[in-house]
Design a protein around this ligand. Structure first.
Ligand SMILES: [Zn+2]
Length: 69
C-alpha cells in the first residue's frame, strides 16, 4: 500500500468534507475507482487521531497490568 498525489481533481472521501482530495491510497488489487482519496486536512487529522489512540491504548494496557509507572 502506498500514498500518492492525486493525478486528477476529485472530492475528498471523508463524509461531508468539501475539499478536493490531494492524496490517494494505492493498494494492490484495488481498482482506481475504489481508492481512498483524502484531502490534506483529513489525512493530517486521521494521522493525529491514530497517534492519539495508540497512546491511549498503551496507557490503558499499562493500567490494566497494574503498572503504576
Ligand atoms: Zn477532507
Amino acid at each position: 500500500m502506498r500514498l500518492e498525489k492525486m493525478p486528477i481533481r476529485l472530492k475528498c472521501d471523508n463524509g461531508c468534507c468539501e475539499n478536493f482530495a490531494e492524496f490517494q491510497v494505492v493498494r494492490k488489487g484495488t481498482p482506481a475507482s475504489a481508492r481512498l482519496r483524502l484531502c490534506r486536512n483529513c489525512l493530517k487529522e486521521l494521522s493525529r487521531l491514530y497517534e492519539e489512540s495508540v497512546k491511549t491504548e498503551a496507557q490503558n494496557v499499562g493500567t490494566n497490568l497494574g503498572n503504576g509507572d
